[in-house]
Design a protein around this ligand. Sequence first.
Ligand SMILES: C[S@@+](CC[C@H](N)C(=O)[O-])C[C@H]1O[C@@H](n2cnc3c(N)ncnc32)[C@H](O)[C@@H]1O
Length: 282
Amino acid sequence: MASEQTYIFDPESSAELARLINQDRLVTAAMGGPLAGLPPLPKKAQVLDLACGPGGWVLDAAFERQDCEIAGVDISSAMIEYANARARTQQRSNASFGIMNITQPLDFTEHSFDLVNARFLMGVLRREVWPTFIAECLRILRPGGILRLTEGDDSGITSSLALETLNTLGIQALWQAGYGFSPNGRTFGMSSGLLGLLQNAGYQDVSLKATAMNNSAHTDGWADLYHDHRIMLTQFKPLLIQPGLITDEEFDRLYQQALVEMHADDFVAVGHLTSVWGRCPL
Ligand SMILES: C[S@@+](CC[C@H](N)C(=O)[O-])C[C@H]1O[C@@H](n2cnc3c(N)ncnc32)[C@H](O)[C@@H]1O
């Protein structure tokens, strides 16, 4: 497996940490809770969240299932320090966090977990690393345990022309850089790619669950979406300029325009996520 840092953003950045806190709030609520849509976990289950970021999903799952042990790992010491601090202040003693590079063999013994969860690894794992990663998840699952992967096939659909232009360039940039499974770079191609990978790896009962999010003007999610995009687009700038997809000046113009258009009274933003899950054979 690859050993260099492959995340498209700086995992130690405090801006990225703040962005992930906003994003987690939006996504877990839209999905109906941390464990919604999954078969019920057994009592005292062992659960792992890979690339857990600031730990929101782990803490929500630990609150919901206080009989279970929920662990999160991430490469970023900033994320893990923050997540540990939150676990302490919330007195969530069944939640734990540690540093781990998930592009390396996972540092857990086989058959350790009833549920392995991961969200938004599209920009973490290059496409050639995924088969080994999915095999590693199968190795650490108990028989009957579940792997659930939640990803987007695009960056959402909005009424802002400037945001749509930047998002389209972002999809192309990531595809050219080796991320996602689209055959031609039109989308991220994650749901179809992961469905095939789980089936080929020997998971059983492979299934999909879709989540739709409305983060338009005047919704509860608008502010989190706005701050997420404000930070994410800034972080995306070098990824678009370096391969020559846009000039510095054109990026800045579209970025300012996107922020204005997101403030419009009639701004519409719809997001779609797909969870792909499968079971480790008994
Ligand atoms: C898009 S964020 C997703 C965070 C979290 N799963 C969530 O849904 O809120 C990607 C996370 O992957 C982490 N990461 C990046 N490269 C990693 C690696 N090689 N091993 C483990 N974590 C990594 C980053 O630090 C970041 O927290």
